[in-house]
Design a protein around this ligand. Structure first.
Ligand code: HOZ
Length: 432
């Protein structure tokens, strides 16, 4: 049994100086109950909290710790960069090297601009798409989350739906009017929207594999259908690969599914866990970005030398070690198959979605293919399951509407430990 009095005390203290006691809403555990654990350190497959509890880690900083926490190659790169100053606000060789590496690894990216987070990346990409097409509207999908830019907080997933504010107050009607939404995997609905807004849609943006309503995979033909539609209608197709880029394949979901977007947004993974984002795509579109073109976007910390060093180390490693992807897939398949076996033996039939090293369990028996079906999950049961897992030393995403991420640090022994916890937690979640 894990007890956490120090975390509880810190959470009380945090409420006085930080809104809700946390710097990002999902962390507050509101959707699952209980108090958040305050972390001190993490190494390999484990995180350690202020109370000295150890957890098997399945968030991995929401994706980037593909090699587990505190990977030596990334840490060494950061340590080497630190003595040369933490920020210049002037160009460096490393920015070219990482840009060249990204262009080399991601099929659709011919030019790339570094920013500081996924939110900045998506906000900027849509601005560029609008500047490039001269159109205002954007289509996004219900339950997809693209950071907290105003125009994305419409039918948004992740923390927004977790807290029941998919359409956030503070977003003006004018901004909301330019965001059109369609159900994920519903190509016909997108075609109808495009037809009804002829020559007005600048961009269609989506997570090619949605990870912010729990994990939801694209149906066969959905991504290609969007590609064809965008080509026909002169719409910029943007894949938000903040969570899937370099994780599902060296070239992200677009490589895995063989569909080429016009633009791609990237995030935390390209910083090896440091605060980084990027957007890139076809030259003719990216040449609209200032100072090459008229669409303005800037940032003092963009291309920060420490973040670039961490990201470079991570990406070079992934490019040189394709076996990482096979290993991750094998480990995750063992976990998912073991969970299915547990459920079968316990007479349960909940839905698990899985691709590569990402997976989600939904407490519903129906297939989960979009936001509506994701919402059929029993979130109270998820909360009980989450807390039972936490008590057994497994740290999951504290929301039904997030994906889990496996790292290469998860050994076969840990898979067994995880599955034992899963079996007991499933029983507890259902009984209460
Ligand atoms: N919205 C983030 C994951 N999809 C969660 C970020 C955080 O709370 O740290």
């Amino acid at each position: 049994m894990k007890i956490a009095p120090i975390s509880e005390e810190l959470f009380q203290r945090a409420q006085h100086s930080i809104p809700g006691g946390v710097n990002s809403p999902v962390r507050a555990f509101r959707a699952v109950g209980g108090n958040p654990r305050f972390m001190v350190s993490a190494k390999g497959p484990y995180m350690f909290d202020e109370d000295g509890n150890r957890y098997i880690e399945l968030i991995n900083s929401w994706g980037p710790m593909i090699l587990g926490h505190a990977a030596e190659i990334v840490q060494e790169a950061v340590q080497q960069a630190i003595p040369n100053s933490l920020s210049f606000g002037a160009p460096t060789r490393k920015e070219i090297e990482i840009a060249e590496l990204i262009v080399d690894m991601v099929p659709s990216i011919e030019k790339v601009r570094m920013v500081n987070s996924g939110t900045e990346a998506t906000m900027s990409a849509v601005r560029v798409a609008r500047g490039y097409t001269g159109r205002n509207k954007m289509i996004k999908f219900e339950g997809c989350y693209h950071g907290h830019g105003d125009s994305f907080l419409i039918a948004a997933g992740s923390g927004a739906i977790t807290l029941g504010v998919p359409d956030s107050p503070g977003v003006t009607k004018g901004v909301a009017a330019d965001t059109l939404t369609a159900p994920f995997n519903d190509l016909e609905a997108v075609k109808t929207l495009v037809e009804a807004n002829k020559d007005q849609v600048a961009a269609i943006i989506l997570e090619p594999v949605a990870g912010n309503m729990g994990l939801v995979l694209p149906d066969a033909g959905f991504l290609q259908g969007l590609r064809d539609l965008c080509t026909k209608e002169g719409i910029v197709l943007i894949f938000d690969e903040v969570m899937t880029g370099f994780r599902l394949a060296p070239g992200g979901a677009q490589q895995l599914f063989g569909v080429t977007p016009d633009m791609t947004t990237l995030g935390k993974i390209i910083g090896g866990g440091m605060p980084v984002g990027a957007y890139g795509g076809k030259k003719e579109i990216m040449n609209f970005v200032a100072p090459a073109g008229p669409v303005y976007q800037a940032g003092t910390l963009s291309g920060n030398p420490i973040a670039m060093s961490a990201g470079m180390a991570m990406l070079q490693y992934l490019q040189g070690h394709p076996e990482v992807y096979t290993n991750l897939e094998q480990t995750t398949t063992k976990m998912v198959n073991g969970m299915k076996q547990n459920m079968q033996e316990l007479g349960m039939n909940f839905t698990i979605n899985h691709v590569g090293s990402m997976f989600s369990i939904f407490f519903t028996e129906q297939p989960v293919t979009d936001f509506e079906s994701a919402k059929s999950s029993d979130t109270a049961m998820f909360g009980r399951y989450f807390n039972s897992m936490l008590q057994r030393g497994v740290y999951l995403a504290p929301s039904q509407y997030e994906s889990l991420f496996v790292s290469t640090a998860i050994t076969d022994e840990l898979v067994q430990e995880y599955l034992q916890a899963n079996r007991e937690a499933l029983q507890e979640a259902v009984q209460q």
